[in-house]
Write a protein that binds this ligand. Sequence first.
Ligand code: ZN
Length: 138
Amino acid sequence: MAEDFINQVKQAISQGVSTLSQGVSELNSTVAGRLEMTKLQIQADALNRQMLEQMEKLGRTVYEGWQDNALDGPAVRAQCETLRGLESQKTALEEQIARLRAGRKDKNPDQPVCAACGEPLQPGARFCHACGKEVERT
Ligand SMILES: [Zn+2]
């Protein structure tokens, strides 16, 4: 009798532990996904800044060349190519971000997601819990 009871308790505990660890691993994958997204967005922001700096450099080269009436064709071309390299990196990053967002939507097609960051929204939420953007009501 007592042994039965102990076995039942043991079973209940091990079920509880496995439910808990399942919950933790789901939480971990959500957190990992969110971290991945944040990392990609930081990289995209950095690339954006690099592109702006590069455009400024290019503009200066063109403008100074124009002023001296001696436009430096090879320098302008080299800077344009650098810019194009940055742009294609940015495009690749944006595609990666879009895929991540799409993957989340696939998991739960009925759940609305934030228009700004793609995070699934809590039912009835007025603001996105991830980025704070106000939820647009449709
Ligand atoms: Zn958001």
